[in-house]
Structure formats: structure tokens, C-alpha cells
Design a protein around this ligand. Structure first.
Ligand SMILES: NC(=O)c1ccc[n+]([C@@H]2O[C@H](COP(=O)([O-])OP(=O)(O)OC[C@H]3O[C@@H](n4cnc5c(N)ncnc54)[C@H](O)[C@@H]3O)[C@@H](O)[C@H]2O)c1
Length: 425
């Protein structure tokens, strides 16, 4: 089939590359000319493991353009994979989605618009009305939400837990289902609002688990238990399972914070107060700030203290810093008067952080530091020469915001180590 993908971001590029891998002809359209030029020249503008290779391998089935007509020409399916960031009210900003819908040209053949962007429940119906108002009755609409995670997106796309296809017209759903031939996964066929809600509810379930284990960690800290052991113990219960039970400094990224806020607002706009989700979001905000208290307890007032932030991306395997806990931490540390130096192997800290010195290596970030915070659990930090780090630091405090390092090994080197929800010595 011929597929057009609107949006060459984290989702659009992976979607386009993976559909090409499945044998389809794909045109990816973006509004940012520089991005399209780079992609045409074989330069991938984001860090996503495996993406460069899959784009290169399928180059003859992939084209990139800024032109709407060129993208839609002869397409069977037009994917919308544009950003839906939060507005000031917390609702999803759908302006990029509406731009795509309004830009769609009239076509002779039947085409299906498939929504990959995460949108509030009701968006599909609103788009259907808009298409009808424009006289585009031969343009079908399907909700086909995306569940890939940055850092493992290519693998997740090719081996998903499920594919959700919500359609107004069964034949349009069939087209989108056929597009996935070659992928072995259960297909959930449903109505459009339910498909939209599956995406929001799945993310809400995951963030609820994260805030749950973070609160258990906080109680562990107050009572002397170790949350890593507790998580293992509860995760072995088949009714609970082990995933998303890693305590830490909270969730971030371009999806979890925005999607949980969007669901909270969607509920509120519909007259329902989603109390559990409100608490999940609040716990997450407080969790990011706990690191500051830990540093202050060890170092006293942070004014003039040098603090190293190790990792800036919201999680390892990506360069994405959208809503990363590192942004909140850096802001809080700077406002306390600390001198902040940061390192990340791929994220572009200089573009997102003002007033923070960006170091080329983790050891350079630790030079002369009074304390360090592990913000992202990059494997590089496990392999770091911590004995050399101890020599280069002025102080010896490590706050491990991801319970990523070995407490005993660090304490043996003379560090004062504190994790999240782990016993304090
Ligand atoms: N990032 C993820 O891992 C992930 C996972 C699941 C779902 N989602 C959802 O997918 C959507 C896209 O997320 P993302 O992270 O890829 O965003 P992104 O910001 O990385 O990419 C969006 C792209 O759309 C482009 N764009 C804007 N207007 C356009 C238009 N009119 N035509 C064509 N392109 C246009 C932008 O220039 C940008 O390149 C969001 O709704 C997000 O919630 C993201």
C-alpha cells in the first residue's frame, strides 16, 4: 500500500520506517524544511536505537517532503503523527491536527486518515464532522493509537503487545489492519472513542504504578525497608507483575505527563473529578523535589555548592528532554543558588538548560562537585570509574534518583550514597 505520514517526529519517523520495512511505499511529510532536507540527505534528526538502520535499509521505499499534495497523491492511508502538546489549561493542543485535517486535498479514490497522535476522546468524531463539512465523504477515519516507548520504539512497533484499530466504517478499519500484515500481535477492533480511551487509559495505568511505587519508596524510607526488595517481592505476584515498579524521581517525557494531564482535564471537562489521577500527578511533582531535600540534609544550604546532574534525557536510550525531571531539578538547584554542571551522552542540554554548564563527560561534570545526582539511568553510569570520580569531586554525596548504582560499592569508595526508598546508612 501507499502510506503518507504527517509528522517526522519520534512517532512519525518510526511509523514511516516500520511501514516501509513491512513493504509499503511511504512518504513522510513535515512542515520543518530543515528536518526534511536532513532526512533526504540521510541524516536522522533524533536519537532512537535502530531507527537509522531501518531508514537506510528501506531508503528506496521512503521519501520525505514538505508538500501536502505530493504526500497524499495516490495514498491509501494518511497517518497523522503530529505533536499534541499541553495547553496552559492542561488540555491537549490539537492545532497541528486540525491543520493537517484542513490541508487534506479532495481526492477521487477512497483514503483513510489514521490518527497516531494521542488525542482526547471525541477528537475522531470532531474530525469526522469537519471532513464531512468539507465534503470529503470519501475520506475515512480510523483511530490507531501508538504505544511505542522512546528508546525501544522500533522494536515496540514491529513486536507490539496489541494493535488497536477503532473505526467508524469497518472497511476502513480493515485497510489499517491489513497495513500491519507481517506483524504478529492481537488486534483490538473497536469504535473510535474506545480506541482513543485505550491510549489514555494505558498511560494512566502506567503512571499510576509509578506514583504508587514511589509512594511505597517514601514510606520505605521512613520505616527502614528497601523498596527494591519490596518491588521484587510484589512483582513476583502474578496478579501484579514486575513492570513499572522501579522507584525513582518520577516520570517525565513527552507522553506520560501530558497524557495524564489531558485525561484529567478530559474527565473534568466532562463533569468528572478523576481523584486518583489527580493524586498520581501530584505525587509525581513532589517526587522530583525530594532530591533537593536529600542534598540539603547532607550538604546544608545549597547556595554556592557545586552539584553534578548525571543524565538529562527523561529516560535512557533517547535524547528527548521534554518534561524531563532534569529540567525541574536544574531549575530548583539554580534557584537555591547551587552551581550546576550536567552531562548526558546524547541529550542536547545546552538547548534546554540555561545557567547550567554542560560537561563533555560524566567525570568532567563531577570535577569539584560537592554532590551528584543520578537523574537518568544511563548504562554508562554503572560503568563509570567511580574511584576516579571520588578523587575528582570536592565532596562525596551521591543521590541516586534511579536506584541505578551499587550502594555497597560506592560506600566502600567513601561516598555517602542515598537512593530512593533504600535504607540510609
Ligand atoms: N514520543 C512518543 O514516544 C509517543 C508515543 C506514543 C504516542 N505519541 C504521540 O504521538 C504524537 C507525536 O509525538 P512525537 O513525540 O512524535 O512529536 P514530535 O514533536 O517529535 O513530532 C511532531 C512532528 O510533527 C511536525 N508537524 C507539525 N505540524 C505538521 C503538519 N501540519 N504537517 C506535517 N508535520 C507537522 C513537527 O514539525 C514535528 O516534526 C503526539 O500526539 C504524542 O502524544 C508519542
Amino acid at each position: 500500500m501507499k502510506v503518507a505520514v504527517f509528522g517526522a517526529g519520534y512517532v512519525g519517523l518510526v511509523t514511516g520506517a516500520c511501514f516501509a520495512e513491512l513493504g509499503h511505499d511511504v512518504v513522510v511529510r513535515d512542515v520543518v524544511e530543515a528536518k526534511v532536507d536532513a532526512l533526504r540527505a540521510g541524516v536522522v534528526p533524533i536519537h532512537e536505537p535502530g531507527l537509522d538502520e531501518i531508514l537506510a535499509r528501506n531508503a528506496e521505499r521512503l521519501t520525505f517532503t514538505t508538500d501536502v499534495a505530493e504526500a497524499v497523491e495516490g495514498a491509501d492511508v494518511v497517518y497523522i503523527a503530529v505533536g499534541t502538546p499541553p495547553t496552559y489549561s492542561g488540555d491537549a493542543d490539537l492545532s497541528a491536527v486540525w491543520t493537517v485535517v484542513d490541508e487534506l486535498p479532495a481526492v477521487d479514490q477512497r483514503i483513510v486518515v489514521a490518527m497516531k497522535s494521542t488525542v482526547p476522546v471525541g477528537t475522531g468524531s470532531a474530525v469526522r464532522h469537519r471532513l464531512d463539512d468539507r465534503g470529503l465523504a470519501n475520506v475515512g477515519y480510523v483511530s490507531n493509537p501508538e504505544f511505542t516507548a522512546e528508546g525501544t520504539a522500533v522494536q515496540d512497533f514491529m513486536h507490539p503487545d496489541r494493535i488497536v484499530v477503532g473505526a467508524f466504517d469497518g472497511a476502513d478499519g480493515d485497510v489499517v489492519e491489513r497495513l500491519h500484515d507481517g506483524i504478529d500481535a492481537p488486534i483490538v477492533r473497536c469504535d473510535v472513542p474506545s480506541a482513543e480511551m485505550v491510549k489514555l487509559a494505558a498511560n494512566a495505568a502506567l503512571v499510576t504504578r509509578i506514583s504508587f511505587i514511589n509512594e511505597i519508596a517514601n514510606v520505605c524510607e521512613a520505616t527502614g525497608a528497601d523498596v527494591t526488595t519490596v518491588a521484587e517481592g510484589i512483582g513476583l505476584d502474578r496478579r501484579i507483575g514486575p513492570s513499572f515498579l522501579r522507584a525513582g524521581i518520577g516520570f517525565g517525557g513527552s507522553c506520560f505527563p501530558k497524557d495524564s494531564l489531558a485525561l484529567k482535564q478530559l474527565a473534568a471537562n466532562s463533569g468528572y473529578n478523576f481523584q486518583l489521577l489527580n493524586a498520581v500527578i501530584e505525587v509525581n511533582e513532589l517526587q522530583k523535589r525530594r532530591v533537593i531535600g536529600k542534598l540539603e540534609r547532607r550538604l546544608g544550604p545549597l547556595r554556592g555548592k557545586r552539584i553534578a546532574l548525571l543524565g538529562l534525557a527523561f529516560k535512557p536510550g533517547t535524547d528527548d528532554m521534554r518534561e524531563a525531571p532534569s529540567l525541574v531539578l536544574a531549575g530548583r538547584l539554580l534557584s537555591e543558588g547551587a552551581d550546576v554542571r550536567a552531562w548526558d551522552p546524547v541529550a542536547n542540554g545546552a538547548a534546554h538548560l540555561h545557567g547550567v554548564e554542560i560537561a563533555e563527560t560524566a567525570l568532567a561534570a563531577l570535577d569539584g562537585a560537592d554532590g551528584a545526582v543520578v537523574v537518568t539511568e544511563w548504562p554508562e553510569l554503572r560503568e563509570l570509574d567511580w574511584a576516579a570520580a571520588r578523587e575528582r569531586m570536592r565532596g562525596n554525596v551521591i543521590v541516586d534518583g534511579r536506584n541505578h548504582l551499587d550502594p555497597e560499592a560506592l560506600r566502600a569508595l567513601g561516598f555517602v550514597y542515598e537512593g530512593m526508598g533504600r535504607p540510609v546508612v
